[in-house]
Design a binder for this molecule. Sequence first.
Ligand code: ZN
Length: 493
Amino acid sequence: MQLFNNQEIKIYNSLTGEKELFTPINDGYVGMYVCGPTVYSNVHLGNVRTFMSFDMVFRYLKHLGYKVRYVRNITDAGHLENDADVGEDRIAKKARLEEIEPMEVVQRYTVDFHNILNTFNFLPPSIEPTATGHIIEQIELIKTIIDNGFAYEVNGSVYFDVHKYNESNEYDILSRRKLEDLIHNTRELDGQSDKKNPQDFALWKKAEPTHIMRWPSPWSDGFPGWHLECTAMSTKYLGEQFDIHGGGMDLKFPHHECEIAQNQASKGKSPVNYWMHANMLIMNGKKMAKSTGNFILPTEIFTGDNPHITKAFAPSVARFFMLQAHYRSVLDFTNDGLLASEKGFYRLMDAIDSLDDIKTSASSNIDIDTWKQKCYDAMNDDFNSPILIANLFEAVKYINQLKEGKASISESDLETLKATIQTFVFDILGLVNVSKSETGTDKLSSAVELLIQLRQEARLNKDFATSDKIRDDLAEAGIQLNDGKDGTTFTTN
Ligand SMILES: [Zn+2]
């Protein structure tokens, strides 16, 4: 195997439960598929975190020199409200509630999704296919699965025969949920269902007369089952077998288990060599949910307009905060956590800004090459961004010593230090160097805090002319000072 940049990567493979040396199928090339959003509402912060983890993986593999084809789909049809193939299509439901076309819903939330990801400085994937753009491929896939004896048609709908499949394959290979346990834990069919067994899942659903999103097929006018699109699109763009498949932990079952089953049933092959799952994002120690109010939209982080945070945070600060947790750990989103990350982020950026002022010496008293390899080692160990960030703070410490003349560095080592920081901070973690003064709220509040302090001093000196002038001039500029028993605060209008 060709090594890129001399680095060997180990990936935690959800399929085996072990960290494994990464060996791509085709030397030098990586095929990566990540399940994208169902575009029926604003993108959830938990999904942003999942996609951010894979953005980082994409960036690192590219940096090492792999030619990566990264496919992340858009689900714009077929995703029902309930995993048991019942309930309304999520997009159709939103369209009905808002009295617009389903494709208007798709357009609106696809644009929102891209806007949020751009704000967080994501790289676009290589291909972003949609389910509705691949109906023909999905119909062909169903035909093959029927021909191979793993699916059956009832009343215009087609279901995957999980029990039949499990006789010659393992339906629990990824999620380790034994079929016997699933049978035990699933409610009996209520007679309304066409399925032979409740564990079977839909490949094609016949559309009700009122269902707008429908396509002709050999079985009925209808729409594909949600699990099918990922198999159709990953096969089309990455081949029957490819290197990495990613997604959120919640997709392991049934979605990813079904993807494997569809591939085995149609091609006789396990599709993916390395399954990667990003863990959940919670808020204030609890599940994030709109219904309980324990919820924040990504845009509200940038505006500060949410009761769970005390101020606005720059997108790179929020990105830095999320990458300070390993992708396989649960991340608890809290105001205190964001505030701490903000401090750390600006400390890192201040150190980077001061790199240009550092004077070089004949020799260095730090082993830059060892430090640089430690940064790679962190990423090679299952993309361990928190360890990488700890190493970056080692560099901050050293830069500060250099500034104070307490350490020395040679010209070539300084070049290596600068280039390594550029690589890891900006190219791989994907942060953007925003200085504190560029974020309006910080700039404003520190200036006003200074004036409040001056006014306080004037009042203590009984210089009421000055203290009143400060208050009145601020009011004229649209900033109201409010004197309370805990001191003075300000509001803007
Ligand atoms: Zn998927």
